[in-house]
Ligand binder design. Structure first.
Ligand code: SF4
Ligand code: SF4
Ligand code: SF4
Length: 405
């Protein structure tokens, strides 16, 4: 239940010079977050508020919103950890990259290299999306003891195909949770399962982590890290973060339960892969292609919070991965930090992936750049202010729908 604490009183000099008068301090607590973000339809369920609460009273919920169970201490940490209250892009870039992006890097963000990548492991290729780069890089990092676990977006045990944060330590766990999902997973909130001792399945203080998330989930992670109280709860042991290209996501209930199961009669327990490719919705049951229809059939399920999101290529990551820019069966990988470049090259040398350089001026990269630029036509002014990273795009650009991968 949401609690609204009465604002405490403090003494301040009055403007009229009449001496000291009691004035209310405007505290910003969980109730404010619900009012200003969730009820305004701009919460993308990243989970940063859940993970940040110092007394651990925030949780995931069935309705894909953060909820409170307990008595709020009115500390304001959740409010100021939310990337939809404010996302200080320049400050975060200085933390990750040691600098802000240049004018030339405005659209794609800071990056070192661009590649087409494909996993070599047949189990990963069978289950994963496109080239299976994310799972292959995680497997390399796990088996070579660069990390102890990967926090990935996987599937809940109760509802088939409902995304949720998962800890993967083995190849089997990576493969089980591989493949694209098209609904939010509260990924950063998964850190709460790690950072809260009585919910934890890992030794959070000792074990090293890699995080996989959508651009908004990484924004939540870094926003939390900017907060002096929230930061020590997570992030100390992050080795690297992988971001996934994203244009928008869909409501799980409307897409999977109402449309796939209800309208098309496919038992979700039999679904083996969901893909959106060239604006077609593809759903596989076993080896059978059970649904192959224009993506417009689920247009009503698109989540409204994506309408103000301007990050397509996971700009706040060590490694960004998606399909746009590469041939079918390959993943496009942008390395953004030296650490990301080392991980990719290490995986290639050790035989986990094969890779080809993508020409920064070639057709694939130009198309990726175009999609990033088009996504900038959405208006982020509710949470990004005074940022040189996101100047308004050329007004002559005609707004088009950014295609899903
Ligand atoms: S931190 Fe994330 S989950 Fe929490 S209110 Fe903000 S956007 Fe929603
Ligand atoms: S972080 Fe602080 S303000 Fe937010 S719910 Fe927890 S105790 Fe309340
Ligand atoms: S479009 Fe943006 S807000 Fe929506 S899921 Fe993708 S990254 Fe998150």
């Amino acid at each position: 239940m949401t609690q609204t604490a009465a604002p405490p009183q403090t003494l301040k000099p009055s403007a009229e010079g009449e001496g000291w008068k009691a004035r209310p301090i405007k505290l910003k607590i969980f109730g404010n977050l619900i009012a200003e973000v969730v009820h305004k339809g701009i919460c993308m369920y990243c989970g940063a508020c859940i993970a940040s609460c110092p007394i651990d009273i925030l949780f995931h919920s069935e309705s894909e919103e953060p909820i409170m169970r307990g008595t709020c201490a009115a500390c304001q940490v959740c409010y100021y950890s939310c990337p939809r209250i404010e996302l200080p892009v320049a400050e975060i870039e200085r933390r990750i990259f040691g600098r802000e992006r240049t004018t030339e890097e405005t659209i794609l963000g800071i990056h070192i290299g661009s590649y087409s990548v494909r996993a070599k492991d047949p189990d990963i290729l069978k289950r994963a999306q496109d080239g299976g780069a994310v799972s292959a890089l995680m497997l390399y990092a796990l088996e070579n003891k660069i990390i102890d676990y990967a926090l990935v977006s996987g599937f809940t045990s109760q509802d088939p195909w409902k995304p949720g944060p998962r800890v993967a330590r083995t190849k089997q766990e990576l493969v089980e949770n591989a493949g694209s999902q098209y609904s939010p997973g509260g990924q950063v909130g998964g850190l709460a399962e790690i950072a809260v001792p009585n919910r934890s399945v890992v030794d959070f203080q000792e074990e090293r982590m890699a995080l996989v998330g959508l651009p908004c989930e990484l924004q939540g992670f870094w926003r939390m890290n900017s907060h002096w109280i929230a930061a020590p709860k997570i992030g100390r042991n992050l080795v690297f973060a992988v971001g996934l290209f994203c244009s928008k996501v869909f409501d799980y209930g409307k897409m999977m339960v109402e449309f796939v199961e209800g309208a098309r009669g496919i038992d979700l327990k039999t679904v083996t892969k969901v893909n959106i490719k060239k604006n077609r919705l593809l759903v596989y049951a076993g080896d059978r292609l059970a649904i192959d229809e224009p993506v417009e059939v689920i247009a009503h399920a698109a989540r409204e919070e994506c309408n103000i999101c301007v990050d397509y290529s996971a700009e706040l990551s060590d490694i960004a991965v998606g399909a746009i820019g590469s041939a079918t069966g390959w993943s496009t990988v942008l390395t953004r930090t030296p650490r990301g470049e080392d991980i990719l090259n290490g995986a290639a040398e050790a035989g986990y992936v094969e890779l080809k350089r993508l020409d920064p001026l070639g057709k694939g990269m130009k198309f990726l750049e175009t999609l990033c630029e088009r996504k900038r036509l959405r208006d982020p002014s509710a949470y990004i202010r005074h940022s040189t990273a996101y100047p308004r795009p050329d007004p002559k650009l005609v707004p088009i729908e950014v295609p899903l991968e």
